[in-house]
Design a protein around this ligand. Structure first.
Ligand SMILES: O=P(O)(O)OC[C@H]1O[C@H](O[C@H]2O[C@H](CO)[C@@H](O)[C@H](O)[C@H]2O)[C@H](O)[C@@H](O)[C@@H]1O
Length: 275
């Protein structure tokens, strides 16, 4: 039933080096034809270092001010594009008013306003809601008896987390979760120590492309760390800027070593935009 989205093998090796991303961002800031500019950023592993407990994830302090500057710059739009449930992304990311939030890998969308979230509400059909409930129950069975494996429930998906489990338990749980996704899901994402089974078709790539079209963005910057971010890289053009954060195969042309390096490059972008 499902479509597994993590197996689309990225092919190229990104250009690394602390200066490469910063240089590309600075060039973009000085190129006035690159407006409207849309900056899309993944959250976990990109703006926020990975944590054993997802509730503890926070944007790096050095990233807060650059994001404010991006949103305040005419001709520039900021979007966080995450697998997180929208309400959770809003709470954890603490982004400025005006930021677009894309949650649940594209299934949810909102804009941050002074009065809270202006959001599109996700409506599950009865069939989808029933399937989500069944997925939750079946995912709990996958976790049962496996130390460190636990289940997160989101508005459109369940996630089997394995970061805290020993290798055999993690592998066993991931393999059973993938099979469960094939049986009952509409889409399966195999990310970093997570298998996410959704009852809706959605992807970061489709959501990013829709936002780009709405805003009429001429250039898009997108940065992300996980295999699920490859779907966003895949919709970019040769004029856009794709940045893989951390290790791993990717179709992105540039690579930042970690969230610290990415955030430093965002600071350079913000500074160049206001110079
Ligand atoms: O698209 P993202 O913003 O990267 O969100 C993807 C998933 O993020 C969370 O899991 C990941 O981060 C956790 C906290 O650092 C980490 O413990 C886990 O191993 C990572 O996969 C979140 O819990 C998931 O629901 C998101 O889909």
């Amino acid at each position: 039933m499902s479509e597994t989205r993590s197996s689309e093998a990225p092919t190229s090796t990104a250009m690394s080096g602390a200066g490469a991303v910063r240089d590309a961002f600075e060039r973009l800031a000085h190129d006035t034809s690159a407006r409207p500019l849309l900056v899309g950023l993944d959250f976990d592993g990109t703006l926020a270092p990975l944590q054993d407990d997802p509730a503890l994830s926070r944007i790096l302090p050095a990233g807060v001010e650059p994001l404010r500057t991006l949103v305040a710059t005419p001709g520039v739009a900021l979007a966080l594009v995450s697998g997180r449930a929208l309400h959770e992304l809003h709470e954890l990311a603490e982004v400025p008013v005006g930021t677009y939030l894309i949650g649940s890998h594209g299934a949810e969308r909102a804009r941050v306003t002074r009065h809270g979230l202006d959001r599109d509400v996700v409506q599950l059909s009865d069939e989808q809601a029933d399937r989500l409930a069944e997925l939750g129950a079946r995912a709990s069975q996958v976790a049962r008896g496996r130390d460190g494996v636990w289940v997160e429930t989101k508005p459109t998906a369940v996630v089997v987390h394995t970061r805290l489990a020993e290798r055999d338990d993690a592998r066993g749980a991931e393999s059973e979760a993938l099979a469960l996704g094939d049986e009952l899901g509409s889409g399966v994402l195999h990310g970093k120590d997570v298998v996410e089974i959704s009852v809706l078709h959605a992807s970061k790539g489709e959501a990013l492309r829709a936002l780009r079209d709405e805003l009429g963005a001429r250039v898009v910057v997108y940065a992300g760390d996980d295999v699920t971010d490859e779907h966003a890289f895949a919709v970019l053009t040769e004029h856009d800027v794709a940045v893989k954060v951390g290790d791993g195969e990717t179709s992105a042309r540039l690579r930042a070593a970690d969230p610290d390096e990415l955030v430093a490059a965002l600071a350079a972008l913000a500074e160049a935009l206001t110079a």
